[in-house]
Design a protein around this ligand. Sequence first.
Ligand code: BEZ
Length: 175
Amino acid sequence: MTWIFGYGSIIWKPDFDYLEKKPALLRGFKRRFWQGSTDHRGVPGSPGRVVTLLPEPREQLWGMAFRLAPEVYEPVLAALDYREKNGYERHFLQVEFDDGRSVSALTYMATAENPHFLGAAPVDEMALQILRSVGPSGSNLEYLERLYQALSELGFEDAHLSELWSSVERVRSRQ
Ligand code: BEZ
């Protein structure tokens, strides 16, 4: 088993070597900017907002699956464990390619029980938080923008992201 499924920054910044990458569909989950980031896109006391996955039987989302060479799999996972240490845990999920084939892929998920989980908020509130937050990896706005752009370039519509992006543009135009 050497597939990794990315649905957030791993899509546009995998930072590891891979043999191939393929767009992949995850059914039964939704992607939401509901996880707090105090180590990448925010700081303790002023967290940014980054994506996590929540189970939702009627929803689905597109991300990118990366196939790794067996010999790099464990070192890559060790590096990702460190990079995603702020509340994320490893999970194996079944993802589907557009040819109908499906594989089990490792993904990082931050559940509602982790201490950095922020949960839902009104969209303009989330947009303001994203506009104001900055952390060691850069601005929270850059994170949202790169994910939004990457998914748009792949031709994937994500209603939550589009709503958040529109709100960011609205709030910015008023500033
Ligand atoms: C991802 O791109 O899949 C991802 C990145 C950071 C944390 C969790 C998931």
